[in-house]
Ligand binder design. Structure first.
Ligand code: NDP
Length: 397
């Protein structure tokens, strides 16, 4: 039980606020803070019942964060602002004695570089302060990491091959839109592909490896190997892995738009001067693209994200597939946000519940697979993301 501060009032923040407010037996007081306070107020109003306090904060500014932390005194901060703010929020947590949880690893604004090194460097300081930092507690990273830990704990003696498969078979009716922050999303999917094999990273051209994979209740969808941040911590924490890959589905229309955006320079992250004003093309693009938080209303179809694992149990080879399917319409009906925000916000809330109940208390900085997966898996079924498992299946399907 304790006070929680949510930072970020986008699509994911909307879902976290709704889900936290549904668990008032765990969270004694809730504050939602973001750069634009009116967005927090609108979310608090939609939830109703005076359950949520709101505030303005610039999360790039440690002093501003400290002021807010000291006035509200939260036990835990759920960071669902942007990956750029991870380190400033962690600094403020250390200064004010607050625990920390996020859903995406730190990225410097000027370089699309995905690694945990910056945040892992805080481990000793969090340990000494007796504070817990839970990293990557969305769906992927997050649930996929917990799925892997659960499989390793209960179904395998050694896991050897891991394929994380992420399908969005939804239709939002727009020619082009991203499902979460466009700047963060486009930076992520246009980088080179990378996967782990035989003790080293193998790099590919973007989207070079692809094939149709069959998703439950959806069918075959063209899926592409891309680099995704949970691979870094998973290969560290499960050293028996011989290969670990991440697959994501993209439609042809999406890829064509992406190629054009890149070819004409609109995906650039370096500043250019336009009419005497410095602008970053990808930030300008974000301003004209549909707001992912507004996609929910007409979104149909579902997501399917899971882990396909091959390894050894009792000397025999075994295959295992654990996954969740989430309906965009059901997510919108419950929270006013689409499925991708929902599948990120629900796990962030569950991570916060794990912390508040003392089930995931470990001073230091940890990725989610380093905690006990069992109570988290139990909550997934209760909080709106039920999972299913299949044994001895053809993982190439
Ligand atoms: P949005 O862009 O919709 O929302 C981001 C929010 O953060 C906005 O309210 C924005 O404020 C606020 N914000 C940005 N900068 C600051 C700042 N300096 N100070 C205070 N507030 C700030 O993003 P999403 O909700 O789609 O995504 C949120 C996070 O979730 C991202 O980090 C994303 O990478 C992560 N994510 C993780 C996934 C996973 O499965 N692990 C999947 C999808 C997303 P304003 O409204 O003023 O712009």
């Amino acid at each position: 039980m304790g006070k929680v501060l949510i930072i970020g009032a986008g699509g994911v923040g909307t879902v976290v606020a709704h889900k936290v407010a549904q668990n008032m037996d765990v969270f004694t007081e809730i504050m939602l803070a973001s750069r634009t306070k009116s967005k927090c107020d609108a979310i608090a109003k939609a939830i109703g019942g005076n359950k949520i306090q709101t505030a303005q904060v610039d999360a790039d500014n440690v002093e501003d964060l400290k002021r807010l932390f000291n006035s509200f005194n939260p036990e835990l901060v759920i960071n669902v602002a942007l990956p750029y703010q991870d380190l400033t929020i962690m600094d403020a947590c250390l200064a004010c004695g607050v625990n920390y949880l996020d859903t995406a690893n730190y990225e410097p604004k000027e370089e699309a570089k995905y690694e945990y090194s910056w945040q892992w460097a805080y481990r000793e300081r969090f340990k000494e302060a007796g504070l817990t930092a839970i990293l990557g507690c969305g769906f992927d990273p997050g649930v996929t990491s917990v799925f892997t830990a659960y499989a390793a704990k209960h179904h395998f003696d050694e896991i050897h091959y891991l394929d994380i498969v992420d399908c969005n078979a939804g239709d939002h009716g727009k020619a082009f839109a991203t499902n979460f922050n466009p700047e963060i999303n486009i930076r992520e999917v246009t980088q080179k592909g990378k996967y782990w094999e035989d003790g080293k990273w193998v790099e590919t051209e973007p989207h070079a490896i692809h094939k149709p994979l069959n998703y439950p209740n959806i069918g075959p969808k063209e899926s592409y190997v891309i680099y995704h941040e949970e691979l870094e911590s998973l290969v560290n924490n499960f050293p028996t892995l011989k290969r670990a890959r991440f697959w994501m589905t993209f439609g042809q229309e999406y890829l064509t738009h992406l190629r054009v955006i890149q070819n004409i320079g609109m995906a650039r992250i370096d500043p250019i001067v336009y009419n005497g004003v410095e602008i970053v093309p990808i930030q300008f693009l974000k301003a004209v693209l549909p707001d992912p938080g507004e996609l929910g209303e007409n979104y149909t179809g579902e997501t399917s994200i899971g882990c396909r694992i091959k390894g050894i149990k009792d000397g025999k080879e075994r295959t295992y597939y654990v996954y969740n399917n989430c309906s965009h319409e059901a997510a919108y009906k419950e929270t006013g946000a689409q499925g991708v925000s929902y599948t990120t916000g629900v796990p962030a809330t569950i991570g916060a519940i794990m912390f508040m109940k003392g089930l995931w208390h470990k001073p230091g900085v940890y990725n989610v697979e380093e905690f006990n997966p069992d109570p988290f898996m139990e909550q997934l079924n209760k909080q709106g993301l039920p999972w299913h498992e299949l044994f001895d299946v053809d993982l190439e399907m």
